[in-house]
Design a binder for this molecule. Structure first.
Ligand SMILES: Nc1nc2c(ncn2[C@@H]2O[C@H](COP(=O)(O)OP(=O)(O)OP(=O)(O)O)[C@@H](O)[C@H]2O)c(=O)[nH]1
Length: 262
C-alpha cells in the first residue's frame, strides 16, 4: 500500500528530460544536491534489510514484506552534504516470458539517478536475474548510462551458498558495474561502501542530466572530477575519514520527503 502511495508521488515528478526535471533533479531539501537511489532485486534477497542497515546501521532480522518504502537522509560525499532518497521496492517476479516489472517499479527505476541491484548468494535464481534487471534498467534510461551497483548479499550463510562471489564479480564487470559482496546481518562497512560509491556516481549522473546532452565535454570533465568508479571491485573500496555518513538520530518516515514537497 505504501509503495503505491510513493509510486503515485513519483509519477507526479516532472518527466525525465523536461526543463523542470533538469532544474529539480539535483536539488533536495535546503537546496542540497539530491541523489535518488532505487534498490531492486528478487524477493527475499535482503533489499529492505540492506536499506535499513545503511540508514540506521542496524540489522533487525525481520522486515515487513514488500515494504516499498521511500527513505530520506543526508550523507557526506567528498566533503559535500548531499540529500539522498532511497526507494525500497517489492521483489521482481520471473515469468515464462522474462521479468515481470509492473509499472510502479518501472516508474521507480525511471525516477532514480542510480540503482542498487541485489541478489542473494543463497539463491541462484536471484543471481540469474541480474543481467535482465540491468538491461531493463538501462532500457528505461535510454541515452544516459545510469550508475548501477550489484550487491551480493547474505555472505554469512556459507553453508547454504549457491553462488560463488567471483561469478557476481565477473557479471558486474561485464555489465560495467561496481560489485560488493556483503552480509547485511554481519557487516555494516561493506553496505556503506556500496551506497557511498553509488552516491558519488549518482551525483555525477544527475549533474550530467542537468547540464544536458549537448555539453559532452563538460560531461567528461565532470565525470573525471567526480572520480567516477568504473572498475568493479570486491572488498576494495576504502573511504577516507572525510567520508562520513550523517545519520539522523530518529528514523525518518517513509515518503516524508515527497510529502514535504507536495
Ligand atoms: N543471514 C542473513 N539473513 C539476511 C541477510 N539479509 C537479509 N536477511 C534475511 O533475509 C530475509 C529477507 O530479507 P528482506 O530484507 O525482507 O528481503 P527483501 O528482498 O526486501 O524481500 P521482499 O520484500 O520479499 O522483496 C529476512 O529474514 C532477513 O532477515 C543477511 O545478510 N544474512
Amino acid at each position: 500500500m505504501r509503495l503505491i502511495q510513493n509510486m503515485c508521488t513519483i509519477a507526479e515528478y516532472p518527466a525525465p528530460g523536461s526543463a523542470a526535471a533538469a532544474a529539480d533533479c539535483c536539488l533536495g531539501a535546503a537546496g542540497r544536491r539530491l541523489v535518488k537511489i532505487a534498490v531492486v532485486g528478487a524477493s527475499g534477497v535482503g533489499k529492505t534489510a540492506l536499506v535499513v542497515r545503511f540508514l540506521t546501521k542496524r540489522f533487525i532480522g525481520d522486515y515487513e514484506r514488500n515494504a516499498g518504502n521511500l527513505y530520506t537522509r543526508q550523507v557526506q560525499v567528498e566533503g559535500e552534504t548531499l540529500a539522498i532518497q532511497v526507494q525500497d521496492t517489492p521483489g521482481v517476479q520471473v515469468r515464462e516470458n522474462g521479468l515481470s516489472c509492473g509499472e510502479p517499479l518501472n516508474r521507480c527505476i525511471r525516477w532514480a539517478d542510480a540503482v542498487v541491484i541485489v541478489f542473494s548468494v543463497t539463491d541462484y535464481q536471484s543471481y540469474e536475474l541480474i543481467g535482465q534487471l540491468h538491461q531493463h534498467v538501462q532500457q528505461l534510461h535510454l541515452g544516459s548510462r545510469l550508475p548501477v551497483v550489484v550487491v551480493a548479499n547474505k555472505a554469512d550463510l556459507l553453508h547454504v551458498k549457491q553462488v560463488d562471489p567471483q561469478l557476481g564479480l565477473q557479471l558486474a564487470s561485464m555489465l560495467g558495474c561496481s560489485f560488493y559482496e556483503v552480509s547485511v546481518s554481519e557487516n555494516y562497512n561493506d553496505v556503506y561502501n556500496a551506497f557511498h560509491v553509488l552516491c558519488k556516481e549518482g551525483t555525477a549522473c544527475c549533474t550530467r542530466r542537468a547540464v544536458g546532452p549537448g555539453k559532452q565535454s563538460d560531461d567528461r570533465l565532470l565525470t573525471a572530477a567526480m572520480g567516477r568508479c568504473q572498475t568493479p571491485s570486491l572488498f576494495s573500496h576504502r573511504w577516507s575519514s572525510t567520508h562520513v555518513l550523517e545519520l539522523e538520530k530518529t528514523p525518518s518516515f517513509p515518503g516524508d520527503f515527497f510529502s514535504e514537497r507536495c
